[in-house]
Design a protein around this ligand. Structure first.
Ligand SMILES: [Cu+2]
Length: 165
């Protein structure tokens, strides 16, 4: 009986946990960090970034910095267009909104040498920016359907758990 209860609990956890947004911490460049040696196109490839996740930029604070920038500034490596600059050497940036984000190193020549990162942040099921009226038919419909199916699955698992208990 004990093992059945364990299974029931596991089933509930397995279904409910993924529906809670779990923040992922991404170490930019992994062991290379934020560096002239990094290839941030390759690093970002295949990764899924969600709202609430964090980017960690590790680097010697006297060598580099991190600038959030728009597409034009990113393309031109023009640090004068930076929206925000951080330079502690261990900068943690929380991805607060979905969409494309561009980052460069603002030290002269570094962006051109490859210290530039573009990512696409996915909405996530818990995105707080759902329009209150007239939601667009496709995207929010999918989101709602996915969310509902998770709720139903969660409820079913709970019922199952109660029966087994
Ligand atoms: Cu740099």
């Amino acid at each position: 009986m004990a093992s059945k209860q364990m299974l029931a609990i596991l089933a509930v956890v397995a279904v409910i946990l993924p529906s809670i947004t779990m923040a992922t911490e991404f170490i930019v460049g992994d062991e290379v960090g934020w560096s002239l040696k990094g290839n941030y196109t390759a690093w970002a490839m295949g990764k899924v970034f969600n709202v609430g996740d964090t980017l960690v930029f590790n680097y010697p604070s006297d060598k580099h910095n991190v600038q959030k920038i728009g597409l034009d500034g990113f393309k031109a490596c023009d640090s004068s267009k930076a929206l925000e600059t951080v330079k502690t050497g261990k900068d943690v940036i929380t991805l607060a909104k979905p969409g494309k984000k561009w980052y460069i190193c603002g030290i002269s020549g570094h962006c051109d040498a490859g210290m530039k990162l573009v990512i696409n942040v996915a909405g996530g099921a818990m995105a707080p920016t759902l329009p209150p009226t007239a939601p667009s038919p496709d995207s929010s419909a999918h989101m709602t359907a996915a969310f509902c199916s998770k709720l139903v699955m969660g409820a079913l698992s709970l019922v199952m758990a109660f029966i087994l208990f």
